[in-house]
Design a protein around this ligand. Structure first.
Ligand code: HEC
Length: 279
């Protein structure tokens, strides 16, 4: 084992914090929230939407300074002009959605019964392009990330509200799959997401402190100063999976969409506050 692995292993020698009795998504979510609230009794529920900045006063100060001149502002502006652009057939993105632009972010991810799969905002936007005879974007294309930045900004203050209807076994199966992924060990370092973002939350890993998974999805996409650009939620999944030296999946693969579905459900009731700024 190398130095990093030894350090991480010792960090993770604390007890594993899987939610106890598993009755269904709502019970899971309640246990998830209870866990973080008992670990951080001074942190208000709404604050968990701010990730690591909810629990780390030092980095919070730096972040609040960054937020005075938000580095993601350009992405919002670009996204807005993308949104308003007319396709060759004269239609626009807005024509694909029944809802106004401030009510779209909160609709995704969602399980679409007719398709038998979880549809994310990125998929819905690309479907819209395809339906209008435009080339879909690559899932890491700046245009697509900027569109999600604009729609997140429009939706600020609306609650995350992922639905898992009890009469949709496919939705429950997708949720269970995402949950299994989240708690499964992977990679040469043999870590599950939960090992870092539940069990060891608050601890340091190299220069970073580990943030809570409650609220993980509310603020994406984010501007990462380390990268000097915007990334989407699934690009972050990919980064964390690479960090444990596991093989990453494709962006918008079934695995990542189900994981997003599970994680977004865990954040139900928190306010959308994207786009965000992160180290
Ligand atoms: C070895 C520890 C480790 C593992 C395992 C890990 N992560 Fe992370 N993750 C980090 C660190 C460090 C950061 C940056 C600090 C922070 O925000 O938590 C981070 C950040 C994130 C963020 C961004 C948080 C934000 O507020 O912007 C998300 C989302 C995330 N991880 C999801 C996952 C998922 C999903 C998995 C499992 C596939 C996972 N992580 C596995 C260490 C880990």
């Amino acid at each position: 084992m190398n130095k990093t692995a030894v350090m991480l292993t010792s960090i993770l020698a604390t007890s594993l914090a899987q939610p106890a009795a598993i009755a269904g998504p709502e019970e899971d979510r309640a246990a998830f929230v209870r866990y973080f609230q008992s670990r951080f009794p001074d942190v208000e529920f709404d604050e968990f939407a701010n990730g690591i900045y909810a629990i780390d006063a030092d980095s919070r100060r730096q972040w609040l300074e960054i937020e005075e001149f938000p580095p993601y502002e350009f992405a919002i502006e670009q996204g807005e002009s993308e949104w308003q652009q007319t396709f060759a057939n004269g239609r626009t993105f807005a024509d694909c959605f029944a809802q106004p632009s401030d009510s779209i972010r909160a609709m995704y991810p969602r399980y679409e019964e007719a398709r038998g799969e979880v549809v994310t905002l990125e998929i819905a936007l690309n479907d819209c392009r395809a339906a209008n005879d435009e080339e879909p974007y690559a899932y890491d294309a700046e245009e697509l990330i900027d569109l999600t930045a604009f729609l997140a900004f429009e939706a600020r203050g609306k609650a995350v509200a992922v639905r898992i209807p009890a009469d949709q076994p496919g939705a429950i199966a997708a949720y269970e799959d995402g949950k299994r992924f989240y708690y499964s060990k992977r990679g040469q370092l043999n870590f599950a997401c939960s090992d870092c973002h539940i069990t060891s939350v608050g601890q340091r890993v190299r220069a970073d402190r580990l943030g809570p998974s409650l609220g993980h999805t509310t603020h994406f996409p984010v501007y990462r100063s380390k990268l000097g650009g915007m990334i989407g939620l699934q690009q972050r999944f990919l980064g964390c999976i690479r960090d444990v030296r596991a093989k990453p999946f494709e962006l918008q693969s079934t695995e990542y969409r189900n994981l997003e579905f599970f994680l977004a459900y865990m954040s139900n009731g928190l306010m959308i506050n994207g786009p965000g700024a992160r180290k």
